[in-house]
Design a protein around this ligand. Structure first.
Ligand code: 7TS
Length: 411
């Protein structure tokens, strides 16, 4: 056991991540860049190896043995995701390449059909560029307007201002469940209920929530929920878009090609049923299968147990960081998940990040794809540490020593 973790066996979790067992610049790796992407447990890596060694084949269209094995493994992930999100049907689970891809699908299919000139789209001040730019693109094309739900200096969305904005009857409200830059957990259920009351369609960007929160899309009652596999111990290049069945049914396809059709003549096509209508071409089969394994892995430990562990790490790190001269925490919302963003005095985040890297500590620096948020805060960026299931208090101790040394060198 490491440190004081008694119920959560972090050593056992950690032993399943071979990548962590290495030195970087001559020091044991401390990986604190989990919000950008988490590392992968052996079970996920083995699932990929197993697939390519034993049953790779294209799916859905083959009658032969391998095609059937691959199809059922891939489709099993859809069933697992349905259960994990508590969606009401498998048809509501669309495979994508990631959160960005899922949001673009909504914008290009739902948005192109439903957004018209003069419409209002609400996004929040906390959004990642991927929940901003797709709406800007469709707004520009259609002559719609974008307004922003403001936040306070702690990084919490201003719910009164939001209520006022909803009186303007937006067509769409899009916000993240958890902010990648500040870690704020937004009151997604309440915000969705208020938006629905105002007649809006609701998109939730769940990229940062899936690894930290137990998400229930029926309880949230959102129309769409998007996430990426790679932030939740799964592979890159695979993601999920959940959509309510009746909303998805009414949407036109976005990408055209094989798989998404029902019949094709030279002149026109009819489209396949859900979910295939939105899954043109050969999908990312291997990573889709491995995503199911990642969800099993997470559920084997328990999302809430992981969250509790990360909460302890966050508290432990925050306490020690407070003692550093010039420490300024960026984002101090009451509800936060696994992220500490900060600045120290006048030190440029990039300089400190580079020194930490030289001491084996991987952190992220910059605007975290939230440039407007950084502008709102009047800063060029932050240094961000973000925790995962396998991080330890011992690593935090090493990080604090490195941080103190880095700050001394740059002050
Ligand atoms: N939304 C949020 C809240 C995110 O944190 C990210 C990625 C995305 C969307 C986009 O996900 P993708 O898998 O489609 O790229 N966030 C980060 C980050 O914080 N640092 O690197 C990537």
């Amino acid at each position: 056991m490491t440190g004081t973790e008694t119920t959560y066996n972090v050593d056992r979790v950690r032993a399943q991540f071979p990548i962590l067992n290495q030195e970087v610049h001559g020091r044991p790796l401390v990986y604190f860049d989990n919000a950008a992407s988490s590392q992968k447990p052996t079970a996920v890596i083995e699932a990929l190896r197993e697939y390519y060694n034993h049953y790779h084949s294209n799916i859905h269209r083959g009658v032969h043995h391998l095609a059937q094995l691959a199809t059922s493994a891939y489709e099993e992930t859809r069933t697992k995701v349905k259960a994990h999100l508590n969606a009401s049907a498998r048809e509501e689970i669309i495979f994508t390449y990631g959160t960005t891809d899922g949001i673009n699908l909504i914008a290009q299919s739902w948005g192109r059909k439903n957004i018209t000139a003069g419409d209002l789209i609400l996004i929040s001040a906390l959004e990642h560029h991927s929940n901003m730019v797709p709406w800007q693109m469709i707004a520009e094309e259609k002559g719609a307007q974008i307004k922003v739900i403001p936040m306070n200096d702690a990084g919490e969305l201003d719910q009164e201002a939001y209520a006022e904005l909803l009186k303007e009857e937006p067509k769409l409200v899009a916000f993240n469940h958890v902010s990648n830059a500040l870690g704020t957990v937004n009151p997604a259920k309440e915000m969705t209920a208020a938006a629905k009351q105002a007649g809006a369609t609701v998109v939730i960007d769940g990229a940062q929530a899936i690894p930290h929160l137990q998400v229930d899309v029926q309880d949230l009652d959102c129309d769409f929920y998007a996430f990426s596999g790679h932030k939740a111990y799964g592979p890159t290049g695979i993601g999920i878009l959940y959509g309510k069945r009746e909303v998805l049914e009414a949407m036109p396809p976005w990408r055209g090609g094989g798989e998404m059709i029902s019949s094709v003549s030279y002149e026109r096509s009819t489209y396949n049923d859900l979910p295939y209508k939105f899954e043109a071409g050969t999908p990312n089969i291997a990573d889709g299968i491995a995503l199911g394994v990642a969800l099993d892995w997470m559920n084997g430990i328990g999302v809430s147990a992981i969250a509790q562990h990360e909460h302890e790490l966050t508290t432990y790190a925050t306490e020690q960081m407070q003692a550093i001269d010039g420490m300024r925490f960026i984002g101090t919302a009451k509800e936060k998940a696994g992220v500490i963003s900060f600045l120290v005095g006048d030190i440029h985040p990039y300089d400190l990040g580079t020194l930490l890297d030289q001491m084996g500590v991987a952190v992220r620096t910059g605007h975290h794809c939230t440039e407007p948020l950084m502008n709102r805060l009047g800063i060029p960026g932050t240094i961000r540490v973000s925790f995962g299931a396998y991080n330890t208090k011992h690593e935090i101790d090493r990080y604090i020593v490195a941080l103190e040394q880095g700050v001394r060198m740059l002050s």
